[in-house]
Design a protein around this ligand. Structure first.
Ligand code: NAD
Length: 249
């Protein structure tokens, strides 16, 4: 077994409070591209459609594009071995919580329970007038834009757009994890998106050890105690096996 994997497994076995922090990279092997780079989502959707002022001004135009990318396309994605591996670690009591920047709901679909969604979730809609939330069922998106069945207000995907703040509860819980964790496992995140990218360095500053899994070096690599370079599915599966969760692929 390579030395870095052995070191990571030891840190995870010895951790009292391990928290996982994930980015778009963990869902790439489920078929959802990251935002940046060739083939990234920003080459398929103009970010202007995701600005809250534009959305309010032209809801139908924004919704048509958002539905195509985030519902017709994202909606078909299934959790992969990395999502299942982390859920198994949580179930086995090795991981306390997952903080995810992703909006795809795949951690929960894999069985994750303590999932902190830093940027919200595409599987829910929220009313811009009364705040009521409802499931983003296909029939609600058959006619665009969708309106709230309670008050008639405009419904928006319950993930954050440019110009909106981070959900307060997610922010608080993330900072709490960063304060309490003695191990942070960062998977598939470039560390370029503010303010999410501040969470792992905060944990590190509070004394947590940091393991990173990524195909490439990221902004987190310089502060990682162990850097596991490779794909999320392969490396999370190996790590799960190394800590004795042999039923996970
Ligand atoms: P990012 O797009 O900035 O970076 C992705 C990172 O994942 C890169 O460092 C890349 O090297 C790594 N990576 C790619 N494939 C990988 C693989 N198979 N295994 C391991 N690592 C891999 O992602 P980010 O840091 O999460 O920031 C992008 C923002 O876009 C986030 O805020 C997120 O909310 C959002 N986003 C979400 C989704 C989703 O919900 N699945 C998809 C795209 C973007």
């Amino acid at each position: 077994m390579p030395q870095a994997m052995a070191q990571a497994a030891l840190l995870l076995r010895e951790a009292r409070h391990a928290t996982v922090f994930t980015g778009a990279g963990i869902s790439v092997e489920s078929g959802i591209p990251p935002f940046r780079g060739p083939g990234g989502l920003w080459s398929q959707i103009d970010p202007a459609f995701m600005e809250i002022d534009r959305f309010r001004a032209e809801p139908r135009e924004s919704w048509l594009k958002i539905k195509e990318i985030f519902y017709d396309f994202f909606g078909k994605a299934q959790p992969n071995a990395a999502h299942f591996g982390i859920a198994a670690m949580e179930k086995a009591g090795r991981v306390r919580a997952v903080i995810t920047q992703n909006i795809d709901g795949l951690h929960q679909e894999a069985g994750g329970r303590e999932v902190i969604e830093f940027h919200g979730n595409s599987r829910w809609l929220a009313c811009l007038s009364c705040g009521r939330r409802e499931a983003a069922l296909a029939e609600r998106l058959a006619s665009l834009p969708p309106y709230c069945s309670a008050c008639g207000g405009l419904l928006k995907p319950d993930f954050i757009f440019f110009g909106e703040g981070i959900p307060e509860k997610a922010l608080q819980r993330s900072y709490q994890e960063a304060s309490q964790a003695d191990l942070f496992l960062v998977i598939g995140s470039s560390g370029e998106v503010q303010p999410a990218c501040q969470v792992p360095p905060l944990a590190k500053a509070r004394g947590a050890r940091l393991i990173e899994i990524n195909l490439h070096e990221s902004n987190f690599t310089p502060i990682a105690d162990v850097f596991l370079q490779g794909s999320a599915t392969a490396l999370v599966s190996s790590l799960a096996r190394e800590i004795g969760l042999n039923s996970v692929l």
